[in-house]
Ligand binder design. Sequence first.
Ligand code: UDP
Ligand code: MG
Length: 304
Amino acid sequence: MKKMLDVIVPVYNEEACITETIQRLFNLRNILIDELDVNFIFVNDGSKDKSLEILKSFASRYPFIKVIGFSRNFGHQMAVTAGLDYSKGDYVAIIDADLQDPPELIKDMYEKSKDGYQVVYGKRLKRKAETLFKKFTAFAFYRLLDFMCQINIPTDTGDFRLITREVADAVKSMPEKHRFIRGMVPWVGFNSAPLYYNRDERFAGETKYPLSKMLKLAFDGIFSFSVKPLKFITDAGIALMIMAVAAFVSGIVFKCNISIISSVVLFVGSLQMIALGIIGEYIGRIFEEAKDRPLYIVKDKINL
Ligand code: UDP
Ligand code: MG
């Protein structure tokens, strides 16, 4: 019997892309048809445009197109999580709906997995037509994450990847509410290898990741995978204490100016606020975990 591949596609307001994306995914299905049974799991993340209607019309014609519809926008990472929860395939691939990641590369990922890799992740070489701001922030974020985290999260790597059933099940067993899939997959371990590729331009429409969502993802990456920020507070406290003693001594010796002292007080005050904010991030996360709400609410389910 042929093995099964599920391709998870999160969709938020992608009416301009989705038909072309499905065509390209059909190509992939044809390329793989001799070896794999390919199903597509589209997760509509509360789109306000016609994405869901378009998906439903394809699903009514093709039983291998499966659709999960959320009751509202829960976010990209929750959409991928739902796709994983509903997947049954021996292999699971995750790909964006805007064709920035070429679907045909999933075939290459599958071939590479045969060399004994349970995870094959797409590592971006070039990012075509993205703003300098996006390129710079992404570059800086992946390096910061690498510096912060105890586990090795590959740099310049999004969620575009192929994983085996055992990895999908391991990730599914992680119940955390703030989900950062590209960190959770390396956390579970297994053998992994990169597949280098050039990231294309978005096929149509605008990015669905405004700065606010990008920051939320970045915060989830750092605060869900590292306690280093807490350690920085202690380090900063020790450094400031040494500086305070030095300032006190020099104040007596050199009769220090009052405005310097007041700016030092202000500086220390602002550092305390930042420290409280950092502690607050962790407390907020404990609060979310303690409430134990479901990760997402499903409204529509088609061919599932
Ligand atoms: N997406 C989603 N929910 C959101 C935002 C984005 O499901 O709240 C989907 C979106 O439709 C796309 C993928 O997540 O398939 C990545 O989004 P996008 O391409 O806009 O991000 P970028 O590539 O600009 O970082
Ligand atoms: Mg994109």
